[in-house]
Design a binder for this molecule. Structure first.
Ligand code: GDP
Ligand code: MG
Length: 176
């Protein structure tokens, strides 16, 4: 008899200001679709997707309105093995808020060795306010991975979660 090997499940939390594209990244990753119209999401949501290489199931938590209901956030990042810190490359404010708020927030609610991934989304727009050089420097100085994505065109979206999963496998060996 052969036992099926169940892929490890990893909880990852998307955080960042409202409107940076967190829900769009989740949607593009999970089912490959994009919606141009803005729709505020409310409540605690997660979606799962199983990758083949590496063989893991990602449980992806979308902040879903918790940008405003900040008291919910600790529940949301609890037990997360990876925080995906999203800003919009065309919004200097959204990047400054990662530096002044979101990074501290996830670090103060994190399990040891949690993987941090800084993501500059909307890389397709031509109204850039944050250079990739500046973001890369910031990430390097804060022990954080970095990538730019476009949820609109799917650019680097699968790559982001694959790299995050690989980093988690390295940083946090499975306990059970
Ligand atoms: P959230 O509040 O962080 O969850 O952001 P949403 O995913 O709801 O996206 C906010 C708005 O930005 C929506 O109108 C999206 O269509 C748009 N958006 C999201 N990602 C991208 C992207 O990569 N490129 C462009 N051009 N627009 C995007
Ligand atoms: Mg959202």
């Amino acid at each position: 008899m052969t036992a099926a090997i169940k892929p490890r499940t990893m909880k990852m939390a998307l955080v960042g200001d409202i409107n940076v594209g967190k829900t769009s990244l989740a949607r593009m990753f999970i089912d490959g679709t994009f919606q141009a119209r803005y729709q505020a999401s409310v409540g605690l949501h997660f979606h799962t997707k199983t990758l083949r290489d590496p063989s893991v199931t990602i449980q992806l938590w979308d902040t879903a309105g918790t940008e405003r209901y900040r008291s919910l956030l600790p529940h949301y990042t609890r037990d997360a093995v990876c925080a995906v810190l999203v800003y919009d490359i065309s919004s200097r404010d959204s990047f400054d808020n990662v530096r002044s708020y979101w990074l501290d927030f996830v670090e103060s609610h994190a399990i040891p060795n949690m993987v941090k991934f800084l993501v500059g989304n909307k890389a397709d727009v031509d109204t850039r306010e944050v250079s990739d050089y500046e973001a890369q420097m910031f990430a390097t100085n804060h022990d954080t991975f970095f990538m730019e994505t476009s949820a609109k065109f799917g650019t680097n979206v699968d790559n982001l979660f694959t790299e995050a999963a690989k980093a988690v496998i390295k940083a946090i060996p499975e306990t059970q």
